[in-house]
Write a protein that binds this ligand. Sequence first.
Ligand code: PMP
Length: 361
Amino acid sequence: AGVRLRAALDGLPSYRPGRPAAAPAAGGPARAFKVSSNENPYPPLPGVMEAVADAAAELNRYPDMFAGRLVDALADRLEVPPAHLATGTGSVGVLQQVIQACAAEGDEIVYAWRSFEAYPIVVGISGATSVRVPLTPDARHDLDAMAEAVTERTRLVLVCSPNNPTGPAAGREEIRAFVERVPKDVLIVVDEAYREFVRDPDAVDGIELYREHPNVCVLRTFSKAYGLAGLRVGFAIAHDVVADALRKTAVPFGVSGVAQAAAVASLEREPELIARVDTLVAERARVVDSLRDQGWRIPHTQANFVWLALGERTDEFAAKCAESGLVVRPFAGEGCRVTVAEPEANDTFLRITAEWAGGNG
Ligand code: PMP
């Protein structure tokens, strides 16, 4: 007999990362673009690189375990008390801390589906039961159905806004009504990994919601808008009881000193970074408008990606993209998620979709 593992892991996949862009083959496309992981296409700012180099000089020491400088900078920036902030190894690391704090075998965690692929995995690892509520036909959270799915065993509800991989953000008023319906002892986690890309004035701002409700916890990240995916820094904004618990369930020293320094340096350079985000948002509008002109039905995305519902032809489309050097993210049988990136990558994408729509639409 081999090693006995927890039954909760049976059949659980490991997280599947987006494929890297392949080196261009002879006779193939001139450039390859990785648009499979919703990364920021722009490299770190020089000042951020300098902060990283300076912090690297202290790699023989453990970092500040609770990221004090970063927490203070965030507290200032977001106008929340430092005690209401907890950091972690990417926001997916923070999500794991949240789930460990709230749920285990016998408990239920409600979330929308299709949504972020890590949800079933982190819930599964905890031993809690996933309760998945289908999205609406226009690829939004069905918050009424989610409220109805809450039982006395529910410990946590996850709201992904904007939703990965479909793109729509939850509405401010619909989520307010939703929070009123959920019992006060159930934690509502609003995963806002893409919040900085939201431009719809009616979309929820998780921090507004957190200020009104002690059972709301907001997750944010430096991976997307701030372009630090490789450094793994995420954080939660939550009231004392929850934030204290997240510090307890954190992996000790999970956010490296280099990562902390880069995050602080990024906050100091926020206007430059937000200007890049504005460029990506403008590109998003161009991509979405062009796709609709080509005849595609595209959900109302507020994130740095678009969703093509391709059904059974998903893998075929992804293969066609790969031939042109574009690495997209297929979800077999459902659709492809494509990151809005630099104009050249977006142009390549739009050329492929035009051909596809022309030949098949
Ligand atoms: N939440 C959502 C909705 C995401 O799409 C992602 C990244 N794909 C994350 C959280 C995790 O990001 P990170 O761990 O890099 O902060």
